[in-house]
Design a protein around this ligand. Structure first.
Ligand SMILES: [Fe+2]
Ligand SMILES: [Fe+2]
Length: 329
């Protein structure tokens, strides 16, 4: 079953027949006049959109039976309401015939190739103790399976299948350059720390066949502590204490400031390097994402970016230098 319209292309007045989306949220409400209606959020790989199922369409959409994670084909009409786009759903039917790649965002990079590149980075570590433990983790059948598809964030950056691997490799490439400038830093601790820093996200964030979500351990414990727990599970009892501390400190401090969720502030050269690589890979990536996906007005500025707390300028002030080769992270 092919989709002919994606959420990013829907504008007010657009209509669709038997178009496929997944249900991200659905709640029953009561209008002021007492009529029941459903408020839904639908999703495809390009984003999410609000939708309404009014009283007269409840039977035709079998709204009472719809649940989060369902894939549905719908007839709809899009309109603007209070400045936001929303769709009125006239008819809906659950379907099992769909292409998951239409509904969930996937990294543009090959997942197996990224995993191979990660192993290559970890194989290159000089410190035998650190190398052994990170490779054991990376090659663990259960961990590696989840690592290959894990996302790095729900909304903000690398929020797609393979996002965690992409984020990790991007940081390792940045670190390689930084390490050349600061030779006092221990490369095995920096690279091992980068591998470990967000690994808890494989337990913090989950996915079913159509949606990403935060897990209960994600809400109640969070990826920093979940990452610490993962490391404790794999680290052998005889592991040198000072190396263990250095790695743990990176997991605990990588958010840099206590108000950003760090348990402690970075206190080692390796920890500050990892947190700077993290900042670069997440923040610069958000700029890139805004330029790729956001829209700007005639002035060239996009709308207020709620994470950057700023408006980002989309036009090129001077032409891009075409000879700059993109680095393969
Ligand atoms: Fe993190
Ligand atoms: Fe990170």
């Amino acid at each position: 079953m092919n989709k002919t319209i994606f959420i990013e292309d829907i504008t007010a007045g657009a209509t669709g027949v038997e178009e496929i989306f997944s249900v991200k949220e659905i709640q029953k409400h009561t209008a002021k006049n007492g009529d029941p209606y459903f408020r839904v959020v639908l999703q495809d790989k390009t984003g999410t959109i609000q939708g309404k199922i009014w009283k007269d369409a409840i039977a035709l959409t079998k709204a009472e039976t719809l649940a989060v994670g369902d894939v549905i084909k719908i007839d709809f009409e899009a309109s603007e309401y209070n400045g936001n786009l929303q769709m009125t759903i006239r008819r809906a039917e659950k379907t099992t015939e769909y292409d998951a790649g239409d509904l969930m965002k996937v990294s543009e990079k090959d997942l197996e190739a990224m995993y191979a590149k990660l192993l290559e980075f970890l194989e290159s570590l000089k410190d035998a103790d650190i190398k052994r433990v990170v490779l054991t983790m990376a090659k663990d059948p259960e961990l590696s399976k989840r690592l290959k598809t894990a996302i790095a964030g729900e909304l903000v950056h690398h929020d797609y299948i393979g996002g965690l691997l992409e984020h990790t490799l991007e940081m390792m490439s940045i670190a390689e350059t930084i390490l050349r400038l600061y030779p006092r830093a221990n490369r095995s601790i920096v690279m091992g720390g980068i591998f470990l820093h967000d690994l808890g996200k494989i337990e913090e964030l989950g996915m079913d066949n159509t949606t990403f979500f935060r897990t209960l351990p994600g809400y109640l414990i969070g990826h920093i502590t979940l990452g610490m727990q993962l490391l404790q599970r794999f680290i052998p009892p005889a592991f040198p204490q000072e190396k263990k501390l250095a790695l743990e400190h990176i997991i605990l401090s990588h958010h840099r400031e206590l108000e950003f969720g760090a348990v402690v502030k970075p206190a080692t050269l390796e920890a500050i390097i990892v947190s700077m690589c993290d900042l670069s890979s997440s923040v610069v990536r958000q700029f890139q994402k805004e330029l790729d996906e956001g829209k700007s007005d005639e002035s060239g500025f996009g709308g207020y970016h709620k994470y950057m707390k700023n408006r980002i300028y989309h036009k090129e002030i001077i032409e891009q230098e075409t000879e700059t080769e993109p680095v393969d992270s």
